[in-house]
Design a protein around this ligand. Structure first.
Ligand code: SF4
Length: 455
């Protein structure tokens, strides 16, 4: 079947390299804690023709990091196709999205004037706090100087116009785009003047609006204020004041550790890693943050105990129903790492893991955390994922929009790992998560899909 995808002039050996199942442990697959227990090949460019769901560095910059900042104009300097990564790709993205809609003549003669005019036009249409301009493959390749255009336009419109050199080819995955976004947004930090307290933190690397809200409220209960959640629920003003925090709490280190490092160097702000997903992680996070800020231990323990008592019976119910069920996790690498323990707390078995852009050290951590026999795969394409799923036969597949349709067609219960209707972070959020997992696994719709697909 793969022959159909073989471009003219490509030799067979190239094709055979894609057949990972014949080369276990030396391709994208590995099996944890077996004789094949080595890290899957990772952090390298996707082979042309390999239709994976990895996305590009433009997506990492535009959608993952910048997309959650409120009241910003996103101006994508591209032919219209790149603007596909807009609102509905990630429903909690904010802002107004424009594209310069580059045509053939713009590509031949350059698109800088078109971009400049588009910035002025967008600024006139919407009273936004800033205008973000994104380079894409086309405009990166023809060499449009978007930084110079942004500087000039900023003087005219009188507000920040920030340009991101984030063309899709600038890295092997979206991960490069995270770094590009962080570097540019770092320039905004330090330009605001909030009054701060000794208990102010930044939450760095949470990109889900509902989760960030829950985490902020939870931290308030132990007397901690979140100056800025970077970037879920953030605004340009909140980012400007991040330098006033006493501590940075890094939620997703793969996307945001470089920002925490830059802030440590420039402003002397220490950072810790913590996350609020699952009971164990949530308790650890509150204790770590409390300790770092010198908050009374008793106060922190009281808050934890209250929550644990409140959710105990519900969690026991779900654990009783979910014990022994098999789950396959397919996500960005940090979310994969955060999901392993919470599924264990529900008594579930992790039979497979896939990530879109994991690196060597990420896979080392994953291999250590999962149970024996778990299949781990880097950047799978649809065919590879289908093969692995048919082999693992999970009771649940957890991922995001990218793999949703394939998994639906296989009739495998599917849930998104980011709570979109309601928060999954925090104690109550974990009950929401357990309840959604339970409802998903027990929905009768999957049986109907299977009966239709099996004819
Ligand atoms: S930036 Fe490049 S890789 Fe990304 S969507 Fe646009 S054309 Fe595709």
């Amino acid at each position: 079947m793969l022959l159909a995808f073989l471009p003219k002039g490509v030799d067979m050996p190239f094709l055979m390299l894609k057949c990972n199942r014949k080369l276990p442990g030396r391709g994208k697959h590995c099996i944890a804690k077996s004789e094949e227990d080595i890290i899957p090949a990772c952090d390298r460019a996707t082979q042309p023709g390999d239709f994976t769901e990895r996305a590009c560095s433009f997506l990492g910059c535009r959608i993952v990091i910048c997309g959650q900042i409120d009241n910003v104009i996103h101006l994508v300097h591209s032919p219209i196709g790149c603007a596909y990564y807009s609102w509905d790709y990630r429903p909690d993205s904010y802002g107004y999205c424009f594209t310069t809609d580059m045509q053939e003549m713009d590509v031949i003669f350059g698109g800088e004037k078109k971009l400049f005019d588009a910035i002025l036009m967008a600024a006139e249409e919407f009273d936004a706090d800033a205008i973000f301009v994104y380079e894409t493959c086309t405009t990166g390749l023809i060499g449009d100087d978007i930084l110079a255009v942004a500087r000039k336009a900023s003087e005219v419109v009188g507000k920040p116009v920030i340009a991101f050199n984030c063309a899709g080819f600038r890295g092997v995955s979206q991960s490069a785009g995270h770094k590009i976004a962080n570097r540019q947004l770092f320039e905004l930090i330090g330009t605001g003047e909030f009054d701060s307290t000794p208990y102010d933190i930044n939450l760095i690397g949470d990109f889900n609006a509902k989760d960030a809200e829950v985490i902020e409220n939870l931290l308030n209960e132990i007397g901690v204020r979140v100056l800025c959640s970077f970037t879920a629920n953030s605004t340009i003003d909140r980012i400007r004041n991040m330098h006033k925090a006493k501590l940075n709490v890094v939620h997703c280190s793969r996307s945001s550790m470089d920002l925490a490092e830059m802030m440590k160097r420039e402003y002397g702000i220490p950072y810790i890693e913590a996350n609020f997903f699952g009971i164990g992680h949530c308790c650890d996070a509150l204790r770590k943050i409390g300790k770092a800020l010198g908050i009374d231990e008793k106060k922190v323990e009281e808050v934890i105990e209250n929550y644990l008592n409140k959710i105990k019976s519900e969690l026991e119910f779900y654990r009783g129903k979910l014990e022994g069920k098999k789950v396959f996790i397919c996500h960005g690498v940090q979310r994969v790492l955060y999901l392993i323990e919470p599924f264990r707390e529900l008594g579930m078995e992790i039979v497979g893991i896939a990530t879109y852009f994991g690196k060597q050290d990420d896979y080392e951590k994953i291999v250590k955390r999962v149970g024996e026999g778990t299949i781990i795969i880097d950047n799978p394409n649809a065919t590879e994922l289908e093969e692995v799923l048919l082999e693992c036969k999970p009771d649940l597949f957890i991922s995001d929009d990218r793999t949703e349709h394939l998994v639906h067609k296989l009739g495998i219960p599917f849930i998104k790992g980011r709570g979109q209707r309601r928060a999954y972070a925090g104690f109550n959020g974990f009950v929401n998560f357990a309840s959604d997992v339970y409802a998903t696994i027990n929905s009768r719709v999957w049986g109907l899909v299977r009966s239709v697909s099996e004819g």
